[in-house]
Structures are given as C-alpha cells and as structure tokens.
Design a protein around this ligand. Sequence first.
Ligand code: CAA
Ligand code: FAD
Length: 384
Amino acid sequence: GNPDFDSYRLSDEQRMLRAAVRALAEDKIAPRAAEIDETAEFPYDVRDALVRSGFHAVHVPEEYGGMGADAISGCIVVEEVARVCASSSLIPAVNKLGSQPVILSGSEDLKKQVLPPLASGEAMFSYALSEREAGSDAAAMRTRAVLDGEHWVLNGTKCWITNAGVSTHYTVMAVTDPQHGANGISAFVVHQDDPGFSVGAKERKLGIKGSPTCEIYFENCTIPADRIIGEPGTGFKTALRTLDHTRLAIGAQALGIAQGALDASVAYIKERRQFGKRIADFQGIQFMVADMAMRIEAARHLVYAAAARAERDEPNLTFTSAAAKVFASDTAMSVTTDAVQLFGGYGFTKDFPVERMMRDAKITQIYEGTNQINRMVMARQLVK
Ligand code: CAA
Ligand code: FAD
C-alpha cells in the first residue's frame, strides 16, 4: 500500500483555523503590540477579541461548552498570536496551563464548576507552582493547605504568576502532608474572591510586558473542600503531567516569535539598499535567513510532533514536549538575535518590532522549566 505521509500535514480545519487566527492577529493585535510593550498594560481589548472568536481557550472539551480543539490546533493559536505579540499569546497559553490540571485530574463536579466559564470567557486561569525559594526545585514548595471540616485553608506565597490580577481562577499546588515530599503535595482551584487571597505588585520585566507577573498571597485563604483537584497527595504529579502537555505550547509561542522575526527580516532585506543593491542580494545575508528559516521549520516539526503525541497521550510525551520547548526556545533566541542584526542600527530601535521580539524570546528559555531543567527532564527519560 501507499506509505502514510500524514506525519505532518495539517487538516483543512487546522489550516482554516490558522488563517482565521492570523487574520485576527494582523487586524486586532499586531497594531497594538508595540503599545502593549511600551505601556506594560494587560491588553483587555485583545483578550475580548480572542474571546469573541473563541480563540482564548480552544482546548476546553465540548461537553463543557468549549471547542474541544486538538493539541496541534491549540499550538496554532498560540503560534499565530505570538507571531505578532508574545504577551497576548499568554492568554490562550496560560488558560490551558491553568485549567489542564482540572481537565487531567479534576472531579466531574469541579470540571462542571470551572470549565464552562473558561469556555465562555467569563473566567481566566493562572497556574501557581513556583515560589521564591522553589523555582526549578518545585517540590521544595512551602505553601501549606490544611483541611478544616468542609474547607481547605491555604497559607503561603506563590511567585512569578503569569496573568495574576487578571485571572479569576488560580490552580495552586500546596503541601498537604509535609512528611511525604513530592507525594505530599495537592492541587487546588482558588477563586480571586476567596477570602484570604490577594495579588502583589507587578514585576518589572525585560519582555512579555503586557502579561502581568505577580506574587499571590494566601493568608488563611479558605476554599470549599471540593476545590481540591483529584486526591490529596497527587498534586505534584498532576502539575508535572500538566507541564508535559503545555511545555510544547511554550514551544509554539517561541516558534511564533521566531516566525514573526523572520517575516519582518525577509521584508526588510528586500527593501534595504546598500552598495547599490538590495542587502538581500548579498550571500552573507542570504545564508543568515536560510539558517533562520531552517531552524524554524525544524522547531515547527518538533512542536507539532509533540502536540500529536499529547493528543494521543503517548508515554514519550515527557521527552518530546521538553525537547520541543528547548529546541524552539533556543531557536527563537537565535533567530530574533539574528533578526536584530539584519536590521542593523534600525533593529536596535523601537521603530521596528525585532528588538521587542528578541526581548520577548528570552523568557521562553526560562519559564515552564528552564532549558537546563528541561534537558534534565529529557536525560532522565534516556537513562532511567
Ligand atoms: N508526569 C507525572 N508524574 C511525574 C512526571 C511526569 N512528567 N515526572 C515525574 N513524575 C513523578 C515521579 O515519578 C515522582 O513520583 P514517585 O515518587 O511516586 O516516583 C514524582 O513525580 C516526583 O518526581 P521527581 O522525583 O522526578 O521530582 P524532582 O523533585 O526530582 O524534580 C523536576 C522534578 C522535573 C525537576 C520538576 O521539579 C520540574 O519540572 N521543575 C521545573 C519547574 C517548572 O517547570 N515550573 C514551571 C512553572 S509554570 C511556568 O513557568 C508558567 C509559564 O510558563 C507561563
Ligand atoms: P532557579 O531555580 O533559581 O535557577 C537559577 C539557574 O540555575 C537557572 O539557570 C537554572 O536553569 C539553574 N539550575 C537550577 N537547578 C539546576 C540543576 N539541577 N541543574 C542545572 N541547572 C540548574 N511559575 C509558575 O508557577 N507559574 C507561572 O505562571 C509562571 N510564570 C512565569 C513568568 C515569568 C515572566 C517568569 C520570569 C517566571 C514564571 N514562572 C512561573 C516561574 C518559572 O517557572 C521559574 O522562574 C523557573 O522555573 C526557574 O525557577 P527560578 O526562577 O527559581 O530559577
């Protein structure tokens, strides 16, 4: 029979989705990207435009009012938004990150409580794992949750929480049994209106300035007992399984940033003239854009392959998702740095988008596990 060439060919639906997201991104987001970066304000208008088209959380299953889109489609949304504005791409990316623990491990009642408002856009989700003294070593967290009758009572501080202050719902990992290390951690959904919950000041950052990053505080924060995600003691595993599904989406974000930088570069080198010709006619320039495009294409294959594995829930997802995140983020950093170079002095100014893309690219090597930690995750799969 004929060989199966489907390994990476988007379906008609996926191609239509890409065209629709790109149209929205070009029309509503791209014109705002420089201002969002400059003012470091969360773009509520972009959030509303994404919600109106249903692109803010395409992953929510249909039975909870969502689109039920597959993981590759989820990547396409993040990639196309990131191509014009990395800050805005954290709206769909972190809605997935924050809600994936509920989707993977939550009770039916909890899913019915929190997923329909996410699908409709009333709710937005954040994911709270990191603490000041527990970043890479996430299991060393100190935030505590204690069961008191019909309620869990949380105390502690989480830091670096993306979209904090804008999100309505926070998935929070906390220690419930200090004797059992990683297996004494549980996951909860905290609502912004729960008593004892508050949000700190915004961090001042190098990039993704339109996505607020803040500490969040729990001071005898009291939530109903049924807001635990799964069984007590399973929260750390749920958090890591979630990252298996979402690191590849950070890969998609990195891919989008890199594609945006390449597209801007190719347009520029065809226009810019020095020594009496287009700089695109110099071989030194051609080799640079060829390498940029080659790396992007390789990253895209890895990101989509990881997404396909996530969709099929294959056991090698842990490796592939970490690999997609590392490869795509290293690609984004190198491609955006080269893009600034191709623009010469103009690339170093805010008159063009490539300096913002270079600043935004850097975070993709740091969050959802630094690239060192993700290499450790990959190596553990190889040597276990
Ligand atoms: N899925 C399910 N379970 C897993 C797992 C996975 N992928 N990986 C490990 N586990 C299990 C282990 O089997 C172990 O269970 P047992 O004790 O029952 O065997 C348990 O989880 C603990 O695992 P480890 O012993 O491997 O844990 P560790 O403490 O050595 O470290 C780590 C694990 C990989 C280093 C982890 O701490 C990690 O990923 N750190 C990086 C933190 C991170 O990625 N933070 C991201 C924050 S979100 C963010 O940044 C937001 C954003 O982008 C917008
Ligand atoms: P550290 O763990 O202190 O690492 C410092 C350096 O040491 C890094 O280079 C690291 O790679 C290296 N290192 C550490 N351990 C090892 C090792 N074993 N081997 C080799 N090298 C090692 N967290 C959330 O929970 N939710 C969020 O929404 C979120 N959003 C974020 C948004 C932004 C803008 C930022 C900056 C961070 C965000 N984070 C979030 C936190 C992020 O996941 C952590 O910053 C990251 O996991 C690294 O932790 P750390 O900053 O404590 O660095």
